[in-house]
Design a protein around this ligand. Structure first.
Ligand SMILES: NC(=O)c1ccc[n+]([C@@H]2O[C@H](COP(=O)([O-])OP(=O)(O)OC[C@H]3O[C@@H](n4cnc5c(N)ncnc54)[C@H](OP(=O)(O)O)[C@@H]3O)[C@@H](O)[C@H]2O)c1
Length: 313
């Protein structure tokens, strides 16, 4: 197949593109440098090619408290990115199936995180704009499918983890931040201070598992939204414990800063639909996935240089 991947330079895009290539597909990998999707004509130079798939991964966001401070920019930029891609799909690539990535934070926290609720209720306030830009992406897929019959798949991942995460100093998703802090505690005897009381609960999916499931859903499902989660969550304290065991650090030395931003208290996607569609799915056990991620951190030295003002934050 001929496949165009937006966001191919990102964490998920790198892993997905590598797998697609391994499977023998012909890939066009896009980053913002190759095609800045804020520009409405950014994809026009690919008009002469016919793609079978458009994997739309590009989004302008970061982990941590980034969404709290950038809602205006996030609204404009993500709407621009998504509109550029969807307009081009409709006008130039109507034969292609578009596979888009949603977000678990689009779900209202007071409802079950089941696919039928994706557009129901209100997402948490701190992620309100980002969540709505992802909801609008899904609305766009449905609208273009309804009016023009264009084929799509929308998937909603829980937090992804594993080797290959960004190393450029942007805020990290919680699990990478935990690993970095605990490794630094072990290496430099720095205090390990985690945000919140540590009882907030999260779900993780190993990046390679996510890519495998995504590619299977691509062939199995059309014009639908499917959650991809582990179906179980753990507290931050439990994640920290597991990392301490891998790294050899005393969990009792960890401090919890209850004044810091923690987002949702709990977040676990319903995986009933995924299990129905792919009953034989198995996931990498958390301890193996964490051990592999810690090894990657150590290999890459991500955030592990001797203390600087940035590291000490
Ligand atoms: N990681 C997770 O845990 C997670 C969880 C749920 C959903 N998702 C979704 O999965 C997708 C991929 O996530 P990720 O973790 O791989 O993100 P990432 O590492 O931050 O990568 C983002 C990608 O978007 C591209 N991009 C940003 N602004 C752009 C623009 N103006 N024009 C063109 N490309 C642009 C970036 O290109 P440059 O490298 O050139 O900046 C990069 O390739 C996103 O849609 C995200 O919302 C991720």
């Amino acid at each position: 197949m001929r496949v165009l991947v937006t966001g191919a330079s990102g964490f998920l895009g790198t892993s997905l593109s590598a797998r697609l290539e391994e499977q023998g597909h012909e890939i066009v990998r896009l980053s913002s440098r190759r095609a800045d999707l804020r520009r409405e004509n950014a994809l026009d130079s690919f008009d002469h090619q016919r793609f079978d798939r458009i994997y739309h991964l590009a989004a302008w966001t970061q982990a941590g408290d980034f969404c709290l401070y950038h809602p205006g920019e996030q609204w404009i930029i993500n709407q621009q990115i998504n509109t550029t891609v969807l307009r081009w799909w409709q006008t130039s690539q109507p034969q292609a199936k578009l596979i888009a990535i949603g977000t678990s934070c689009a779900y209202a926290p007071d409802r079950e995180l089941v696919e039928d609720n994706y557009l129901e209720g209100q997402p948490i306030e701190s992620l309100f704009t980002y969540a709505h830009t992802k909801r609008m992406l899904y609305v766009g897929l449905r609208a273009l499918n309804k009016q023009y019959g264009l084929p799509y798949l929308s998937v909603v991942p829980s937090t992804l983890y594993g080797p290959g995460y960004h190393t450029d100093g942007r805020q990290m998703h919680f699990i990478f931040d935990l690993i970095r802090k605990i490794l630094r505690g072990k290496m430099y005897d720095e205090p390990v201070v985690l945000w919140g009381d540590g009882h907030q609960r999260r779900e993780l999916v190993f990046i390679e598992d996510f890519v495998s499931i995504l590619l299977r859903l691509d062939t199995a499902v059309e014009n639908d939204l499917v959650n991809i989660g582990a179906g179980e969550e753990h507290s931050i304290r439990e994640f920290a414990h597991a990392i301490c065991d891998i790294v050899g650090y005393d969990f009792a030395a960890i401090q919890f800063d209850e004044a810091r931003y923690v987002g949702a208290r709990s977040k676990v996607l319903s995986t009933a639909k995924l299990r129905r569609l792919l009953p034989d799915v198995t996931l990498t056990p958390l301890t193996s996935g964490l051990a592999e991620t810690v090894r990657w951190f150590q290999r890459e030295g991500v955030g592990l240089a001797p203390s600087t003002a940035e590291n000490a934050k």
